[in-house]
Design a protein around this ligand. Sequence first.
Ligand code: UDP
Ligand code: MG
Length: 326
Amino acid sequence: MNNSRKGYDKPTLKLSVVLPVFNEEDNITELHNEIAAVLDTIEGQSEVIYVDDGSSDSTLEKLRDLHRIYTRVVVVEFRRNFGQTAAMAAGFEFARGQVVVAMDADRQNDPADIPKLLDKIEEGYDLVSGWRHDRKDGYLLRLLPSRIANKLISWATDVKLHDYGCSLKAFRHDVVKQISLYGEMHRFIPALASAVGVSIAEVKVNHRPRVAGESKYGISRTFRVVLDLITVKFLLRYSSKPLQFFGSFGLISGFIGFLICLYLTIEKLFYQVPMSDRPLLLLGILLLFIGLQFITVGLLAELMTRTYHEAQDKPIYTIRKLLRKD
Ligand code: UDP
Ligand code: MG
């Protein structure tokens, strides 16, 4: 979460639509027509930001053409493929709309849902997440893993949604400016955002089968999502107090180790039971050292947390608004 630098630029447009695009040459033109048709029905100025994530087909030429023809088309060209999360982050960085809508560029999300999301934002929510209640993807490789991942994420984070993987989301301007994305964290935006204190709603959205181009992900994504989940969980709960996390393991382990060693020592001193041929001794020493290690790691992490916050001027709080008469 980043509260500094870019957080408070004033939005100059009504709406920004952000789309990460990677090798979608057969989708772009049709998709843009659909988006344009929807934007024409929405009051106020809008922009469509296509972030070309190092496409190797003719996607980029098509995007440049769109930019030549339409004033509201913004194209960000990456030098190489940095991934969907990075592309979203770049789109967020350049977005000038009061509301920012993110969606996929493969025509699986339906632009016709955009007004629905905007209505929810109007109702006062800071973040509205799409729920592909009737998802059009293969069962074994996509739906099943995603169902498990959804359960896991919902169990591990405080935000209860049905569908974390849906890219179609709407954000208030200051929300996208306050979140920093890393790795493949875009599906955890609601969880990260809720830590900042934003209000979140979910609306059912249309989902369509992919008709052109290929999905960029396989089953391995599920494992990466689980690893990311551990990071997110740690960041949300303990990033400003890591010693409490590591230290509690350390204390428990160290304490048990201490008790074992104490017991062995008493037996040796008072009952003359030899210590050296007892496996328990190894366990006691091991636990003591593990405890020490955990506490040391926790202390180092405390130091790093301070460096992290202070070096980047990152506050440990986030502000919605400042009311001051001057
Ligand atoms: N995408 C991207 N960079 C990548 C992979 C994907 O910008 O490295 C884009 C892709 O063009 C699409 C969106 O991210 O607009 C979602 O990708 P995809 O449809 O392959 O994912 P799925 O819907 O299968 O989860
Ligand atoms: Mg897709």
